[in-house]
Design a protein around this ligand. Structure first.
Ligand code: ADP
Length: 283
C-alpha cells in the first residue's frame, strides 16, 4: 500500500503493517507506519463485504484507493495480493435467541445513549443520574464511561489520532453488543469529532443511536473543573486537551441537545427519560 498524504494512519485501528518496502532496493524493512509516498504491506479489513480479485488475476478489480471521507482527498493506493482465509472462515452466526427476544423479555427497546460534550460538561453526572432512574424503574441498563474503559479494555491506547479512533471503535462495538443483548446502554464519552460519532452511529441499527449533546460553555466547564484537568491544560501541561488545545466539533443534528447551566442534573436526566418513553410509545 502506498501512503499518499502526510501524517500516519492505520487501517481499522489495528497495527496491520507487516513491513515497509524500500522503494529503491525493494528490501523489506520493519516499520509501524508509512510516511508520504512510502510503500508497505498490510492486512485490511472492511466494515462491509466488498467484491475484489487479486491484482495478478485482474488489474481493474485488484487495486484500490483510500479516500478520506471528510476531505475527499486520496490518501493512499494499493494492490490486493490475496484474500485472508481467516476472514473467509469467520461467519456471523444467526442466533436463535435474538435481540428482539432479549429486549422483549426486558420489556424495553434497546438503545445506545451517546453523551458527548466537553470534559466537565456533565456527561457522567447526568448519565449516572439517568442510570439510577432507569434502574429504579426496572430497566436493564449499563453505563460505559470513557475514563473507566481506558483503565481496562482500552488501557493499551493513548491519545494519538489512531488510538482515539480505535478507542471509539472498541467502545462503539461493545455498546453494539450490549444493545444486541437488549440493554439500554449509556455511553459517556467526550468524543469530540463528528466523524467518530458518525462511525459509532453507523454501527448501530437505525434509530438505536441517540446522540445527546451535553452543552456547557467551556468557561463553565473550566470553572467546575471536577477533575482539575482544565487547570493543568490551561497551564499547558496536557497536550491535545479538548476545548483548550484540541477542537470540539459540536453535534449538528443530535437527537437531544441539553444545556446544563441553570438546570439540575436530575431534571436533565428526566428529560432524557421522557425522550425514551416517547420512543418506546413510537411517538
Ligand atoms: P464529564 O463527564 O462531562 O466530564 P462530570 O459529570 O464528571 O463531567 O462533571 C460535571 C461537574 O459539573 C460535576 O461536578 C457536577 O456536579 C457539576 N454540575 C453542575 N451543574 C450540573 C448540571 N446541570 N449537569 C451536570 N453536571 C453539573
Amino acid at each position: 500500500m502506498l501512503r499518499n498524504g502526510d501524517g500516519q494512519r492505520q487501517c481499522d485501528g489495528h497495527p496491520p503493517l507487516k513491513h515497509q518496502v524500500n522503494i529503491n532496493s525493494f528490501v523489506r524493512e520493519a516499520a509501524k507506519s508509512l510516511q508520504m509516498n512510502e510503500v508497505g504491506v498490510c492486512n485490511i479489513s472492511t466494515q462491509t463485504p466488498i467484491a475484489f480479485d487479486a491484482y495478478t488475476d485482474n488489474r481493474a478489480t485488484g487495486n484500490f484507493i483510500i479516500v478520506d471521507r471528510v476531505t475527499n482527498a486520496t490518501v493512499g493506493a494499493g494492490l490486493i495480493d490475496f484474500p485472508l482465509r481467516r476472514a473467509d472462515n469467520v461467519h456471523w452466526h444467526a442466533l436463535e435467541v435474538n435481540k428482539v427476544a432479549r429486549s422483549a423479555m426486558k420489556n424495553q427497546l434497546p438503545a445506545v445513549l451517546w453523551f458527548t460534550g466537553l470534559s466537565g460538561s456533565g456527561k457522567s453526572t447526568i448519565a449516572n443520574e439517568l442510570d439510577r432512574i432507569l434502574h429504579a424503574q426496572g430497566k436493564h441498563t449499563y453505563l460505559l464511561d470513557g475514563d473507566n474503559v481506558r483503565h481496562g479494555l482500552n488501557r493499551d491506547l493513548g491519545f494519538t489520532e489512531e488510538d482515539r479512533v480505535e478507542n471509539i471503535r472498541r467502545v462503539a462495538e461493545v455498546a453494539k453488543l450490549m444493545a444486541d443483548a437488549g440493554l439500554i446502554v449509556l455511553v459517556s464519552f467526550i468524543s469530540p469529532f463528528r466523524d467518530e460519532r458518525r462511525m459509532a452511529r453507523e454501527l448501530m441499527e437505525e434509530g438505536e443511536f441517540i446522540e445527546i449533546f451535553v452543552d456547557t460553555p467551556i468557561e463553565e466547564c473550566a470553572r467546575r473543573d471536577p477533575k482539575g484537568l482544565y487547570e493543568k491544560a490551561l497551564a499547558g501541561k496536557i497536550a491535545n486537551f479538548t476545548g483548550v488545545s484540541s477542537p470540539y466539533e459540536t453535534p449538528e443534528n443530535p437527537e437531544l441537545h441539553i444545556r446544563t447551566v441553570g438546570h439540575e442534573p436530575t431534571d436533565l436526566a428526566l428529560a432524557v427519560e421522557e425522550f425514551l418513553d416517547r420512543r418506546m410509545e413510537g411517538k
